[in-house]
Write a protein that binds this ligand. Structure first.
Ligand code: CIR
Length: 252
């Protein structure tokens, strides 16, 4: 069970963050509303949510998932892969240190937490444009000290591993077609996304409750078969910045 989440408010310059999406100009007030709804939902699932101030020098810093990997035993502070995001990690160390012992990925290794999927004692670490092999090994070695195993997975499509694959409970992965044949995922049941609903891969499991982005009815129908409660929230402005539901919090 998760008991806590850490989030960070988006700043007024958030639209200067990195994006490849071609979904129009994002609106700050709408983003703040969507962010607030997200936090309310986490609180309704009994998480105590820390809300950190925005970081003016880092327009992507509200995607806190990318700057740390948190397990029940330890928080590993990452070193983000995008140059404009390097430095964000310094600001997450103190808030996390209130809850967990911390370790740090050493530069030049780069890891984005969006590439790191934890399923019980197993980690999958995406090797992507943001996360390199050497730092996946660094992270894997740290986690091995706490009884975790890891498997590296090539991310040939999408920004991060968790843009395409997430654990949704009941030994099941929600996964895009591109990743289904990865041997690393052979032991799991799979819900395969329709290509036109690929964004819904970024669905978040919190305490036996699924939070999915609004407006993906085929995925919702498939997920409903798991029998878990599902909430949908509108994250249109987040999507415009290549972000999603998992990215906006660290849960532990
Ligand atoms: C970036 O490109 O770094 C941000 N605009 C989006 C990061 C999304 N994070 C995530 O998927 N974990």
């Amino acid at each position: 069970m998760f008991t806590h989440a850490i989030t960070r408010l988006p700043g007024p310059n958030f639209a200067q963050g990195i994006t490849t999406a071609d979904l129009g100009v994002p609106d700050y007030d709408r983003l703040l509303q969507q962010h607030a709804t997200y936090i309310d939902l986490l609180r309704s699932l009994n998480l105590a949510v820390t809300v950190l101030d925005s970081l003016p020098a880092y327009p992507d810093a509200y995607f806190v998932e990318d700057v740390a990997v948190v397990t029940p035993e330890i928080a590993v502070i990452t070193h983000p892969g995008a140059a404009s995001r390097q430095g964000e990690e310094a600001a997450i160390k103190e808030p996390l240190a209130e809850f967990k012992p911390t370790r740090c990925i050493q530069s030049p290794g780069t890891v984005d937490g969006g590439d790191v999927l934890m399923v019980g004692k197993q980690f999958f670490i995406g090797i992507s444009e943001r996360t390199n092999q050497a730092s996946a090994e660094q992270l894997g070695n740290i986690l091995a000290g706490y009884g975790y195993e890891y498997t590296a997975v090539a991310v040939a499509a999408g920004l991060h591993l968790k843009s395409s694959v997430n654990y949704v409970g009941k030994n099941t992965l929600l996964i895009t077609a591109e990743f289904t044949d990865q041997p690393a995922f052979a032991r799991y049941a799979k819900i395969i996304l329709d290509a036109d609903e690929a964004y819904a891969a970024n669905t978040l499991l919190v305490n036996e409750h699924l939070i999915m982005p609004q407006g993906f009815p085929k995925t919702r129908a498939k997920l409903a078969k798991l029998g878990l409660p599902i909430s949908e929230i509108d994250v249109s402005e987040v999507q415009k910045m290549d972000g999603g539901l998992t990215c906006m919090s660290l849960r532990f």
